[in-house]
Design a protein around this ligand. Structure first.
Ligand code: IPM
Ligand code: MG
Length: 368
């Protein structure tokens, strides 16, 4: 068997349940290394609160450069109540934002899929939710998350003023819209672009630039524009009207949480953050579960590793050109769910409750 040599993957377990769920991913990569023609070199690094505890810094240069050098980064989660009072620049979230910004990961893909085995876990009626498959494309390196000026400053009368700035340029809008259009071509050809063009100039620009790109290069796509608040409402009323949603950083943060939760499958949803192609056709990328660090259940071996495992599957597909392996992994996950195995978060009547590590083992058993 010819092995694909020396491909580097960086695992950043992070905080809370991050280390437990990333451990299961590591087991799966090691299985692929042993049983397939793959030879991934796995590196690990500290990030978020875990890095702060050791280095007083949420991400060290050393880890950052490892991220730059690897083909894909898989991150668990960052943050926790222990770090809530740290000064802004030291907070765990800064590590995540630095990785996104400096690796230029401008397109964040967040699928909101309702797994058929979990229809009952949604707070919506089964007929509204079953078969749901939305792809949210969130702009990730611009908008109010990064705009300048920003800060908190004193003003007269002993008051203070908090400032953040929301900006977007033509290029920032069109490159993320392009990702959305290209994805839609492989799906149902429908894109909904969300902004607040009724109150924000940057929203008007967003709408115009997305439309201009469609008119120029994607005539066959069915594009509609929706105000972001209306989108929040429509997601609950009739989520199946959506195929691909493209929106800015802040609206995408909020709408993707809403969409993820309404599937009832929060513990199962992966995400991918992608940059532009370099001259060798390679893209920088980072993969993470949509759920957070869940400090309340950390260290108990009860967290659901599936979202992180499916993040590995997205990495195989989008970064590593291993579509077959991605499909094999997705099928293994489905098959474990079909067998009625459940971690605590998705437990329901007549199912069998298992731990984080047993879930990982069960998925590996299916790969065999
Ligand atoms: C997310 C998270 C992050 C964000 C936090 C942890 C900084 O909510 O990835 O959606 O706001 O982008
Ligand atoms: Mg969020």
């Amino acid at each position: 068997m010819i092995k694909v040599k020396n491909r580097k993957l960086l695992l950043l377990p992070g905080d809370g349940i991050g280390p437990e769920v990333v451990r299961e991913v590591r087991k799966i990569i090691e299985w692929f290394n042993k049983n397939k023609s793959l030879d991934f070199k796995i590196e690990e690094g500290l990030v978020g609160g875990a890095s702060y505890d050791k280095h007083k810094n949420p991400i060290t240069d050393e880890v950052f450069y490892k991220a730059l050098e690897s083909e894909a980064v898989i991150l668990g989660a960052v943050g926790g109540p222990k770090y809530d009072n740290l000064e802004f620049s030291k907070r765990p979230e800064r590590a995540l934002l630095k990785l996104r910004k400096e690796l230029k990961l401008f397109a964040n893909l967040r699928p909101a899929i309702c797994f058929k085995q979990l229809v009952e876990a949604s707070s919506l009626k089964p007929e509204i939710i079953s078969g749901l498959d939305i792809m949210i494309v969130r702009e990730l390196t611009g908008g109010i998350y990064f705009g300048e000026p920003r800060g908190i400053e004193p003003i007269e009368n002993n008051e203070r003023k908090g400032v953040n700035t929301h900006t977007y340029t033509t290029n920032e809008i069109q490159r993320v819209a392009r990702v959305a259009f290209d994805l839609a071509k492989k799906r149902k050809n429908k894109v909904t672009s969300c902004e607040k063009s009724n109150v924000m100039e940057a929203g008007i620009l967003w709408r115009e630039e997305v439309q201009a790109l469609k008119d120029k290069e994607y005539q066959k796509i069915e594009l509609s524009h929706m105000l972001a608040d209306n989108c929040a409402m429509q997601l609950l009323r009739d989520p199946k009207q959506f195929d691909v949603i493209v929106t800015d950083n802040l609206f995408g943060d909020i709408l993707s949480d809403e969409a993820a939760m309404l599937t009832g499958s929060l513990g199962l949803l992966p995400s991918a953050s992608l940059g532009a192609k370099d001259k060798n056709g390679k893209i920088r990328s980072m993969y993470e579960p949509v759920h957070g660090s869940a400090p309340d259940i950390a260290g108990k071996n009860i967290a659901n590793p599936i979202a992180t495992i499916l993040s590995l599957s997205m990495a195989l597909k989008y970064s590593l050109d291993l579509d077959k392996e991605a499909e094999q992994l997705d099928k293994a996950v489905q098959s474990v769910l079909d067998d009625g195995l459940r971690t605590k978060d998705i437990m329901s009547k007549n199912m069998k409750e298992i731990s984080t590590s047993v879930m990982g083992d069960a998925i590996i058993a299916k790969l065999k």
